[in-house]
Ligand binder design. Structure first.
Ligand code: NAI
Length: 252
């Protein structure tokens, strides 16, 4: 059996993935601030260190797969801490354990929002500056740009990191699934108000089969971190019913 760590395993997409992996015979180490195997707050560096320690203890230093799924969508600087630094901290902290496995794989959950207008200064600080600088700039930015900024920065980090000796050189594919609208506790409030739902549908049109269930995202992640994926890396795969193709058009 392979041992896979999944952050955000207590709810939504992370929970669906943990259930799917377990049903297929994998061993899952859940990481979440809510009830799961390793409880830690990925918003803070101490919490990230606790998460890494907890996973290393449970996997004995050899990890076959890692999916950084934990995230929030609040229009606040905390979103940068969790979605960007929480994911990158977990990936970097557990990379040596992945490198020790025979067929390691890693993935993150990005978002179609990463293609929407971002705060460029915040994204640049994530990629080139310090966490405190990024969070300070986030405090000055429009709240609505912070979730897109966190996911854009994560996608950019991933594309650069994936092809380095640390990842590609160590035989670790590193990719993102970027969903459109998925029915989870995160999005439930968006469906309650007709005007909110309408503006969401305008921003993220999903002509193919509409909103997705979390188990659909879980299936795609399972393949990306499965043994069959030996050559896809550095990719942001939109699982969005066609939203990215519609909004960005045919240029690739
Ligand atoms: P959710 O709210 O159902 O699950 C998120 C999980 O992350 C929760 O279990 C929560 O406790 C955990 N988490 C949040 N902050 C944390 C922290 N500081 N430390 C540790 N754990 C923390 O949300 P959902 O929808 O399953 O989202 C999962 C991922 O998918 C997120 O990264 C989200 O941005 C992304 N996503 C979701 C979409 C949607 O439509 N639901 C669309 C695109 C991306």
């Amino acid at each position: 059996a392979r041992t896979i760590a999944v952050s955000g395993a207590a709810s939504g997409i992370g929970r669906a993935l943990a259930d799917l992996l377990r049903a297929n015979g994998d061993r899952v180490i859940g990481v979440d601030r809510e009830e799961t195997d390793v409880r830690a707050d990925l918003a803070a560096s101490e919490g990230r260190a606790e998460a890494v320690r907890g996973v290393l203890e449970r996997c004995g230093g050899v990890l076959d797969g890692l999916v950084a799924c934990a995230g929030i969508s609040a229009p606040e600087p905390l979103t940068i801490r969790v979605n960007f630094y929480g994911a990158v901290g977990l990936l970097e902290g557990l990379r040596p354990a992945l490198a020790a496995a025979p067929a390691p794989r890693a993935a993150v959950v990005g978002s179609i929002s990463g293609t929407q207008p971002v705060d460029r200064a915040v994204v640049a600080a994530c990629l080139e500056g310090t966490e405190e600088e990024a969070v300070r700039l986030a405090g000055e930015a429009r709240g609505g740009t912070l979730y897109p900024s966190s996911k854009s920065a994560l996608a950019r980090w991933l594309r650069a990191a994936a092809v380095t000796p640390a990842w590609a050189g160590a035989g670790i594919p590193l990719n993102a699934i970027a969903p459109g609208v998925v029915r989870t506790p995160m999005t439930a409030p968006l469906f309650e108000d007709e005007a909110t739902r309408k503006s969401m549908d305008d921003a993220v049109p999903m002509p193919l089969n509409g909103y997705a269930g979390p188990e659909v995202v879980a299936e795609a992640l399972r393949w990306l971190i499965g043994p069959a994926n030996s050559h896809i890396t550095g990719q942001v795969v939109y699982l969005d019913g066609g939203a990215e193709a519609m909004r960005r058009g045919p240029e690739v």
